[in-house]
Ligand binder design. Sequence first.
Ligand code: BJW
Length: 236
Amino acid sequence: MAPPNIVVLTGAGISRESGLHTFRDADGIWAKHRIEDVATPEAFRRDPARVRSFYNARRAGLRDPAVQPNAAHAALAELDARWAGDFLLVTQNVDDLHHRAGSRRLVHMHGELARDRCIYCQVVSPGGGDLTAETRCPACGRAGGMRPHVVWFGEMPLEMERIAAALAACDLFVSIGTSGAVYPAAGFVAEVRGRADTLELNLEPSEGSHLFDEARHGPATRLVPEWVEAMLAKWP
Ligand code: BJW
């Protein structure tokens, strides 16, 4: 039997055991910052210094040498490398831990924290340092328009066509470490339901937990390696 085509969706929960905060847990990012102050295009227009300062701090957190890919990131990278069927890892995370772990069939649908984008020429450039009003775009040379290459509320997530094609062709959809509170990612399970098998791996039941064929609850560093090991044992 041919191996199933797989789409994996990950969220902030997979990076929590690497030392990064989630958004909606009690100690999460949205407990300390209001979305409308830091994560919308309007917030950036109103107070770019505040938004840049929020993301400069997040970037500094990601540069902390203690923040490294964990066993869940590593297991998904191994699955990517060894899986003979179609495979796409769609992450909502803006950290680079999947890439650092070795995942290559990877889409960052909410962008990447360590890249910059110019609001004037739209060119995305490598970044990751502190952004200020004086930072110049390496492509067009203008200052004052550099923002992190992340997707804020009200903006279109990235690579939606590639994601839609993978969802349409998948036999198995696995959601890991996400609360299922943010669309369009939260709607993926309903999109594939009935035609693909669906599995949730999360610390606790997500908002859409009831939509999955199966849900396993516990830390990602335990559940994900267990699931990957079973998949590779069944389809070596
Ligand atoms: C563990 C764990 C461990 C912890 N092991 N698990 C009404 C209906 C439908 C849509 C809308 C609506 N009203 C508004 C909208 C649209 C809006 C939206 O969804 N709003 C909702 C609040 C309702 N969405 C948008 O605006 C998006 N764009 C859009 O819709 O464009 C139009 C469009 C439509 C259709 C198709 C295409 C386009 C854009 C959303 C942008 C989200 N941006 C952010 C910030 C990114 C930059 C940054 O990082 O600052 O993305 S918000 C934030 O939430 C971030 C995350 O990627 C995202 C999801 O969060 P995630 O990853 O799920 O984290 P948590 O904290 O919520 O959950 C963590 C989970 O892990 C928990 O369940 C824990 O239990 C678990 N966990 N430890 C395993 N160790």
